[in-house]
Design a protein around this ligand. Structure first.
Ligand SMILES: C[S@@+](CC[C@H](N)C(=O)[O-])C[C@H]1O[C@@H](n2cnc3c(N)ncnc32)[C@H](O)[C@@H]1O
Length: 242
């Protein structure tokens, strides 16, 4: 598959996990169909401080092929990746992640085992947001940090992340998102608070000039920058009450 091709997985139903098998060869391609995930992972990692103790665990829910890994280098975490996709898990394991096939809605981890829980670009794929948040907060230790990034349940996000992004080369693979699963920001913040995590949100977007340079093949990656609006792509970070 050409790494620059607009990848079509439209023969699958929206949000079908098998799409990640179809796209398995694209995970680590700087100009592949999943390239933007690398840029978002870099932005996510900036919210994660260095580990405060030896043996600290970072539970990466919906870890995919382990793209967060390189951005954790030197931070001192044992990176545990949890994902339902068998191909993604295999690639993550080959990249040094302790990779476990697991459902975000039923994590095979003990309560409070993680110093950091990362849920990057996963919440917009789960059928039960409340349960996913409850599981993420359950495995987080008191005083630990939750970082998330996801897509907002807004008309603007539906327009940009589905209608537009699926039609432009280098945009989202067709069918990868089901906009019905996009995340209600208020519900997310409320659920996290209910489980002891006060989540602070900020918007995120690609740096436009770098995005054009990337499209022209002049850059390998694009920095994600903060933006005032959380109406499309947004990050959240919060510490669990100790
Ligand atoms: C958009 S990718 C994000 C991967 C990774 N977090 C990243 O940012 O590179 C979404 C991932 O969520 C996984 N996924 C979807 N539903 C899941 C579930 N219920 N439990 C665990 N993983 C799930 C998919 O297999 C896929 O690897």
């Amino acid at each position: 598959m050409s790494s620059r091709a607009t990848t079509q997985v439209a023969h699958r139903k929206r949000n079908d996990l098998a799409q990640y098998d179809d796209l398995a060869g694209q995970w680590w391609e700087p100009h592949g169909a999943l390239a933007m995930l690398h840029w978002i992972a870099a932005a996510r990692a900036r919210l994660i401080p260095a580990a405060s103790r030896s043996g600290a665990v970072l539970a990466d829910i919906g870890a995919g092929a382990g793209l967060l890994g390189p951005h954790l280098a030197g931070k001192g975490y044992h990176h545990v990746g949890l994902d339902l996709s068998p191909t993604a898990i295999e690639i993550a394991a080959a990249r040094g992640v302790t990779a476990v096939r697991a459902d975000a809605l039923r994590l095979p981890l003990a309560d409070g085992v993680a110093d950091v829980v990362s849920a990057g670009e996963i919440l917009e794929h789960v059928v039960d947001l409340r349960l996913a948040v409850s599981e993420a907060c359950r495995v987080l230790r008191p005083g630990g940090i939750l970082v998330v990034d996801t897509i907002a349940a807004t008309g603007l996000a539906r327009l940009l992340a589905v209608t537009v992004a699926e039609r432009i080369p280098g945009g989202a693979p067709a069918g990868i998102h089901d906009p019905a699963l996009f995340v209600d920001r208020r519900a997310l913040v409320q659920e996290c608070a209910r489980h002891g995590v006060e989540l602070e949100l900020n918007g995120l977007r690609p740096a436009f000039a770098a995005l054009i340079a990337w499209r022209l093949g002049r850059r390998e990656s694009v920095p994600m920058v903060r933006t005032w609006s959380t109406a499309v792509l947004f990050q959240g970070v919060g510490r669990k009450r100790g």
